[in-house]
Design a protein around this ligand. Structure first.
Ligand code: NAD
Length: 436
């Protein structure tokens, strides 16, 4: 490999470096951003690391490490999911926390950004062990989380049951108060919101449809009949498959950690889910062809939805992408150099901080319902979500135009979304004044 070729393919995949690079790219378009404030918004307010033991089912004691990062509370309490995965690390958590701040600002909900995770492989732990990990982790975080300070939610490998354990643990430590708003994504029977489970995918649908209708995707005028490939078949991905199909699109490829499948005739998302539940994987689904994950990313389709992890579309595989638009249901799936390559080819990327902001938006609705002791209907939740997502999409597209008008530069949607978010957060920081 020649030197030039090597330089082209070697990429810094550290998510925190990437998040800061994205911030720097956009911050230059935000007028009147004082230097010190810029530095503060670029960093992390607080990073906690905890280590704790649990007694496993076989009687042995295992030590686990977990993190909780708070990026900003300028616009409201910290908000962000908790992830269980062997590769959780401080920089990943700090990156995800900062993306939460920008996401909440783009969606215009009164939260800041936070994120947490425990280094573990949930596939190797029993339900009983996972409950112990959750309870002990939350106990160690103590009063650094709270209904008006920092509010967790589900993320990779955590779900409504995990959130119920978080609530229960916090409630044991703070008896006698309405503690329901300490965590969102709870089971509906105990204060969860109708529509929260589908919210990330539904928000992705609303945002993508709006962007298409607004003419932001060259060569694609409607979701109806559009072909869709989805990487990742968990909460975000499998529900996106169902909702996009219900909206008239045709799902032609799906994948999970074990591989993928494709069918030109279209994949029925319900059958794919049933097959995954029964066999543990989408691979081998009847009347489909097995493909690798890289092949899925390279399928010829209208809409590509990465819904798994960070750094999936990179310098080394971006050239093979043949979609007309990428809608990032996952956080951080596209690296900066892949972003640049896609922009050069005229393929818009609807960035994570817009495309997956439906999850935190309905988390906000859940928090409001908990505080007010209310229970909204699913239609009410979905209608409010649609309004929020369309307004956020319009605001990002408008910012893209404003940057062009003011600076004479064409920027991608990620830069426009970051600039909008930084402007919103900075204006609140300045009006509050720097403490003390
Ligand atoms: P999940 O654990 O429910 O699903 C993750 C899926 O990705 C699984 O199907 C897994 O098999 C698959 N996967 C793992 N590695 C893969 C690979 N190399 N190739 C293809 N598939 C792979 O998690 P989730 O909650 O759906 O989260 C997925 C992404 O969406 C994450 O980036 C998360 O941060 C983001 N997100 C989730 C929410 C939410 O409400 N759940 C909200 C916003 C953003």
């Amino acid at each position: 490999m020649g030197v030039r070729e090597e330089a082209r393919t070697v990429e810094n995949l550290n998510p925190y470096d990437i998040a800061q690079q994205q911030f720097d790219t956009a911050a230059r378009y935000v007028a009147d951003l004082p230097e010190g404030l810029r530095g503060w918004l670029r960093g992390t307010v607080r990073l906690l690391k905890v280590e704790f033991p649990i007694e496993c089912d076989d009687g042995t004691v295992k030590i686990f490490s977990g993190y909780r990062a708070l990026h900003s509370r300028v616009r409201g309490p910290g908000k962000g999911g908790i992830r269980y995965h062997p590769e959780v690390n401080a920089d990943e958590v700090r990156a995800l926390a900062s993306w939460m701040t920008w996401k909440c600002a783009v969606a215009d909900i009164p939260f800041g950004g936070a994120k947490g995770g425990v280094i573990c492989d949930p596939k190797q732990l029993s339900r009983n062990e996972l409950r112990k990990v959750t309870r002990r982790f939350i106990t160690e975080l103590g009063d650094s989380i709270g209904p008006h300070t920092d509010i967790p939610a589900p993320d990779v490998n955590t779900n409504a049951e995990t959130m119920a354990w978080i609530y229960d643990t916090y409630d044991m430590m703070h008896a006698g108060k309405n503690n329901l708003p300490v965590v969102t994504g709870k089971p509906v029977a105990m204060g969860g919101s109708l529509g929260r489970n589908e919210a990330t995918a539904r928000g992705c649908l609303f945002v993508t449809r709006r962007a298409i209708e607004e003419g932001a995707v060259p060569g694609l005028n409607s979701l109806k009949g559009a072909t869709v490939a989805i990487q990742g078949f968990g909460n975000a991905g499998s529900i996106a498959a169902r909702l996009f199909a219900e909206a008239g699109a045709k799902v032609i490829g799906v994948s999970d950690s074990t591989g993928g499948v494709t069918s030109d005739a279209g994949i029925d998302p319900k059958l794919a889910l049933a097959h995954k539940k029964q066999s543990g994987s989408v691979v081998g689904l009847a009347e489909t062809k097995n493909i690798t994950n890289d092949e899925l990313l390279h399928l010829k389709c209208d809409i590509l939805i990465p819904a798994a992890f960070e750094n999936q579309i990179r310098n080394d595989n971006v050239a093979g992408v043949r979609a007309k638009v990428i809608a990032e249901a996952a956080n951080g799936p596209t690296t900066p150099s892949a972003d640049a390559a896609l922009f050069d080819r005229g393929i818009p990327v609807i960035p994570d901080i817009l495309a997956n902001s439906g999850g935190v938006t309905v988390s906000y609705f859940e928090w409001v319902q908990n505080i007010e002791n209310e229970h909204w209907s699913e239609d009410h939740v979905n209608e409010h979500l649609r309004e929020k997502m369309e307004a956020a999409t319009d605001a990002v597209l408008q910012m893209q135009i404003e940057i062009k008008d003011r600076h004479g530069e064409n920027v991608d949607l990620r830069t426009a979304a970051f600039a909008l978010a930084i402007k919103r957060v900075a204006s609140v920081a300045l009006v509050r004044g720097i403490w003390p």
